[in-house]
Ligand binder design. Structure first.
Ligand code: 6R9
Length: 664
């Protein structure tokens, strides 16, 4: 863990404050700071009673729980453990027999603009039918199913169908490589894969099934029996006899009625792989009860959801944001939501704004990186400026994935929200399951660039390296002191790594988020200053530096050694910069460019295109201490183009710094 203070150099003083209007406060579910404080006080006074009340009010239990929190095997906390429920029943069946049953659950807009709508009742029928297809192919409660799907209604159906029969899904983002899929099939011990022949993005037809074929051809996937292929486009794909079935084949003759399987509250609803500070991605395991409670509750709290809202979270189901705020939260809350297959810049960079107008979106939730790229596009071309679209349906805006810089915040507030819509800057992680630090739209005065205050019951704090609280205004390590219902339960197959990564002994048993943060001196508001471990955040996507390094050095014919660091980037937040020592002499000029390209493509093949380094620099060696440790702090300075001011006296080979400063 590097010193959090290094990332707090740019402490900005932000004086602008945007309190919610009286009308917004009055209409809100959690109304004003008094409403927020009342919930915090309730959690303070009776922590378990607070969560028990909310779990009873927000979820339908087939067997009520009698015990709220079990801390006896900390940090493997258990919530509502003797209760039973089904997540899919809590998202779908609960609405049947209520006016919501005929409400539109999903408005799907395809890449080419075609729109499909599906009601709750229809969605339940389709989820049930697919669940029956899974069962007919031997998928059982407790089995793992890997999902590699485009953003479609069928992606949500696949996830919900797994939940319905108690199978644990593991969604892999459609941009990940065959190698990444292969590793995840093996680590999760998946018995089935749900995929599509192709996906449509920006007018292009991109293969998905071919990547699955490549992954499975690698061998070693002994648990895998079936591959289900949704035919997204009419183009044929390779089908393996006995193993592969199209959706049409699998669904033929299956009933649209499938009773949900009750599972214990701690039953793993899903595993989602995310990057950590070692080369191997971590399978973050989430529960059913606590996770679902959070998904539902934060729809109500953070988004102040109302029955007539049209909710749109632009995240892909391959990320945690797509799990909680596409597949589970909106459905559990009975919302109408928009799902978009394509990309924000096709057919032009006004697509998001045009879609908000077209579907009368009222709550819009996206990532700073998307906002920044759309600002750039709008500034260059008035035709794609949000002012060209009628955005009056909007009432709340959200941001997630990385810190939002105050300039982007102000633009979002002004040009998208018409200075009328609160922005909820939601801080959370794959591991937290849902929002943990965020403004509440009808309560919290907003400060650009700050995620403001923890949700009620979330004991977020900033501490030093020994776990002691630091004063407001001083930077430190972000922790959460007490467990909460939707927290990560373990790392699949690696409980030791779970303990070490998230509950290091020196931090008194607190949950370590892995981010640095600072609280403002006046309001005590949190501002996230970035990761303090070897995790990068590029366009809101998490990537481990070690993961990229391992990919580079796995090109054994060429690469001897590699070190990867992040550097700030105006558009993507952070950019990946790789320093590489080749097994041959150091290339320069055209040759260096060519090899750099070859290595970029190699990384895309090993991990996925999102992991491609932006800069690759070659050296005869890397800057190392006499004991052989790579001095990453120096590399970070070089990547930023800064003059080296650090002490280089322990450096074995100072001449190397000049070499590495040269770009290709
Ligand atoms: C939900 C999600 C988690 C990391 C997290 C932090 C960064 C997310 C943020 C934010 C500042 C916000 N992050 N939201 N930083 N402000 N509102 O993104 O999960 O992919 O696991 O990433 O993203 O660094 O630790 P995940």
């Amino acid at each position: 863990m590097s010193s959090p203070n290094s990332s707090i150099e740019s402490v900005l003083v932000e004086n602008r404050v945007f309190p919610p209007s009286d009308a917004v406060v009055k209409a809100a579910r959690i109304s004003g700071m008094a409403g927020y404080e009342a919930l915090c006080a309730e959690a303070d006074k009776d922590f378990e009673g607070f969560w028990a009340r909310l779990a009873r009010e927000n979820l339908q239990w087939t067997k009520p729980f009698t015990r709220t929190l079990d801390e006896s095997n900390a940090p493997f906390f258990q919530w509502f453990a003797d209760g039973e429920l089904n997540a899919s029943a809590n998202c779908l069946d609960r609405h049947i027999g209520t006016p919501t049953e005929n409400k539109t659950a999903i408005i799907f807009e395809a890449d080419d603009g075609a729109v499909t709508r599906i009601t709750y009742k229809e969605l339940l029928a389709r989820v049930s039918q697919f669940a029956n297809a899974l069962k007919a192919h031997g998928v059982e409660k407790g089995d793992r199913v890997l999902i590699y799907m485009p953003m479609t209604i069928e992606g949500v159906i696949a996830m919900q169908a797994c939940a319905r029969i108690g199978a644990t899904h593991s969604v892999v983002f459609g941009g990940f490589s065959a190698k990444a899929v292969h590793e995840r099939v093996i680590d999760a011990g998946a018995v089935a894969i749900v995929t599509a022949n192709y996906q449509m993005r920006g007018g292009k037809e991109l293969p998905l099934k071919a990547i699955i074929d490549e992954a499975l051809a690698t061998g070693g996937c002994d648990t895998l029996r079936n591959v289900f292929v949704y035919e997204r486009t009419p183009t044929a794909c390779n089908m393996v006899e006995g193993r592969d079935k199209t959706f049409a084949q699998a669904l033929a003759g299956q009933s649209t009625d499938c009773p949900p399987v009750a599972v214990g509250a701690e039953h793993p609803l899903f595993i989602l792989y995310t990057s950590g500070s070692t080369g191997k991605p971590k399978g973050v395991q989430h529960s059913t009860g606590g996770y679902l409670l959070w998904a539902k509750l934060t729809m109500d709290w953070t988004f102040d959801l109302r029955p007539d809202d049209i909710f749109w979270c632009t995240a892909d189901i391959g990320w945690i944001t797509g799990h909680t705020y596409v597949t589970y939260g909106p459905l559990a809350a009975g919302a109408t939501q928009i799902i978009f297959e394509g990309i924000p810049t096709f057919p032009n960079a006004g697509r998001f704004w045009q879609m908000i107008e077209r579907h009368k979106c009222s709550i819009f939730y996206t990532a700073p990186t998307a906002i920044r790229s759309l600002i750039k596009a709008a500034e260059g071309d008035a035709a794609v400026h949000p002012a060209r679209s009628d955005l009056s349906s909007l009432r709340i805006l959200g941001s997630v994935g990385e810190p939002i810089n105050p300039e982007a915040w102000m633009w979002y507030y002004k040009h998208v929200g018409g200075e009328r819509c609160p922005i909820v800057d939601t801080f959370w992680q794959t591991e937290t399951g849902g929002h943990v630090i965020t403004p509440l739209p009808g309560a919290t005065p907003l400060v650009p660039g700050s995620c403001t205050l923890p949700l009620p019951g979330i004991t977020a704090a900033i501490v030093d390296e020994t776990g002691n609280d630091v004063a407001n205004g001083a930077g430190g390590i972000l922790v959460i002191k007490r467990p909460w219902p939707s927290m990560i339960r373990t790392i699949w197959n690696d409980p030791e790594r779970f303990k070490k990564s998230y509950f290091p002994e020196e931090l008194k048993g607190y949950y370590l988020a892995g981010d640095g943060a600072v609280r403002s001196a006046d309001r005590g508001y949190f501002r996230i200053t970035g990761r303090i471990d070897d995790v990068l955040n590029v366009s809101g996507h998490r990537m481990g530096t070690m993961e990229i390094e391992s990919a580079l050095v796995s090109k054994t014919d060429l690469v001897a050694e590699a070190a990867v660091v992040g550097r700030p980037d105006d558009l993507t937040g952070e950019a990946i910069c790789a320093f590489v020592v080749l097994k041959r002499s150091r290339p320069t000029g055209e040759e260096a460019k060519q090899i750099a390209n070859e290595l970029r493509n190699w990384v895309a093949k090993e991990i996925g295109p999102i992991a491609k380094p932006k800069d690759i620099r070659f050296g005869d060696n890397l800057p190392k201490t006499r004991s052989g440790k790579i001095m990453r702090r120096l590399l970070r300075s070089i990547a930023k183009g800064e003059a080296i001011t650090q002490d280089t006296s322990t450096l074995e080979n100072p001449a190397i710094l000049d070499q590495l400063s040269q770009t290709n």
